[in-house]
Design a protein around this ligand. Structure first.
Ligand SMILES: [Zn+2]
Length: 325
């Protein structure tokens, strides 16, 4: 099952990546290629006498990541305090200290039901203290109209041909390695604002786009496809540790970066990798070069972001006003 899902996902990615070549002239291409520009950010603020929480996001909607900035207004209360936010059944850890404040990332899964949610900030005023509610507030999450496209093309034979048993075994092993990489658990490694994996590259296939093949919906796109030509640099969007850098059948040369606390970014179809498993990277570190390795019809970068096991829009991270450390 997982294998089939993965195949559909990869094929879906390929179809759109190759769409410019295969179905140039169709409306789909014109609709899906948009230049990325710096987007404006929405903000919400909630406060009481002691704490002030500021939430920032491109939009408070499905598939987006929200940045949370917490300031403490009380000199006494926050000297050695720890905080976390409880939101839609998840616990978001916050890091920082009193002078600068605390911050964290709050993911809104693409399938989360839109509506009004109650969020709770918890505080523990010392290492030995007990957790108690510090501030609670309501936040409305909107629906995102994820794009749909109708695909009329015939899938090239190389994506549908029957694979020999040996190749199928290798693919299964590769799937296990990817899942193992996603099971890596580490402390928070990300810090400061996010960087672009590909500078100002147009989006050729947006996040969570669903393709309709003869009226039947395929699996939503797991990331964003950014256009590129062979050999253009691909850079890490944040600080972290490379937990996988391998050459796989479907994904091609794939690099997975662990940013800590179940937050990963990954980069597929590279022509060349410049990092090895275990490497420490910073935002902007060269990971490799744009290519078309694996099952792909043309050079592009597939970039995905995963937090707490959920896929999120990679581009929603870019404009977040994350403060420098
Ligand atoms: Zn893709």
């Amino acid at each position: 099952m997982a294998f089939h899902r993965r195949v559909t996902q990869v094929i879906a990615c390929i179809l759109v990546a190759g769409s410019a070549l295969l179905i140039a002239g169709m409306d789909l291409v014109a609709d899906s290629i948009k230049n990325r520009i710096v987007e404006k950010i929405e903000a919400r603020e909630f406060a009481n006498d002691h704490y002030r929480v500021r939430l920032s996001a491109r939009k408070f909607a499905q598939g987006e990541v929200i940045y949370l900035d917490l300031q403490c207004r009380s000199q006494e209360r926050c000297k050695a305090a720890h905080f976390y936010l409880s939101a839609w059944g998840k616990k978001v850890s916050l890091q920082g200290e009193r002078k600068r404040g605390w911050d964290g990332l709050l993911p809104v899964g693409p399938t989360m039901r839109p509506g009004l949610y109650r969020l709770n900030l918890f505080v523990r005023e010392s290492d030995a203290g007990v957790w108690r509610s510090a501030l609670n507030f309501a936040l409305r999450i909107e629906a995102t109209a994820f794009p749909q496209s109708i695909v009329k093309l015939t899938v090239p034979r190389k994506f549908t041909r029957k694979l020999p048993p040996q190749t199928l075994r290798e693919i299964a092993e590769q799937g296990k390695k990817i899942n193992a990489a996603f099971r890596t658990r580490s402390e928070r490694q990300w810090q400061g604002p996010f960087g672009d994996a590909r500078e100002l590259a147009p989006v050729t296939s947006p996040f969570y786009q669903t393709r309709l093949y003869n009226g039947i919906a395929g699996r939503p796109h797991t990331g964003v496809d950014l256009s590129g030509t062979w050999g253009e640099p691909v850079r890490a969007i944040q600080d972290g540790t490379v937990v996988l850098a391998e050459d796989f059948f479907y994904e091609g040369k794939i690099v997975i970066v662990d940013h800590g606390e179940e937050f990963f970014s990954y980069y597929q179809h590279l022509s060349l990798m410049q990092v090895k498993t275990g490497a420490q990277v910073r935002r902007g570190t060269l990971l490799g070069y744009v290519g078309s390795s694996g099952v792909s019809t043309g050079p592009h970068l597939h970039l995905s972001v995963r937090m707490g096991g959920q896929l999120l829009s990679p581009l929603s991270l870019l404009p977040l006003p994350v403060r420098e450390k």
